[in-house]
Design a protein around this ligand. Sequence first.
Ligand code: PRP
Length: 220
Amino acid sequence: MSEEFDLMLTLPKGRILKEALPLLACAGIEPEAAFNDDRDRRLTFATNVEGLGIIRVRSFDVATFVAFGAAHLGIAGSDVLMEFDYPENYSPLDLGIGTCRMMVAEPADVSAEDDPSRWSHVSVATKYPEVTKRHFAARGVQAECIKLNGAMELAPKLGLASRIVDLVDTGRTLKENGLVEIEHIADVSSRLVVNRAALKTRPELLGGWVDRVRDAVNGG
Ligand code: PRP
């Protein structure tokens, strides 16, 4: 934990951040100007709230920083919280941002002949091996997962795996790569995540921020 800040909030880089900032502003949290400067290489930033710092990390790492107490609060996609199911984390609030869906997809030409209810084994390229294995195990299918960090859509065409599990928003990425959605795993949105131990030891401070963010979600 940084000595400069008494309370640390972790935010994910990328898409979610753009939607999260107006919500945080509504809750009374505004990062220092340098936070919005892409050329700035710092990872820790001050805010308008004394003692409250922000760290900016990869979206997949938010849950880990909060679970290990490196940050008290964070904003993470429910996809990340499902994949890294830390008991130390408590995610009381759906922020209604970063909405998309987690889907199983396969090549359109395979799908025309395919009957997923007959599968006993499937190979899947995904960023979400844990969620994928759980999803298929629940219906008695063994999933062999190949972990990728992006560009999953290439996997079926190049023979890496026959299916993918990925996030779908507009559906454009799948379409442009000749893939179709065949199973819905989960609806995804971003959540406020809190370290349970921190909430227990400082309930007024952390509970206060949870309440302020909740009010912001409900229209300020
Ligand atoms: C996500 C996801 C898909 C794409 C889906 O990737 O992994 O590739 O968005 O969006 P669409 O349905 O609107 O086309 P993202 O752009 O977040 O980058 P990533 O590959 O780094 O995850």
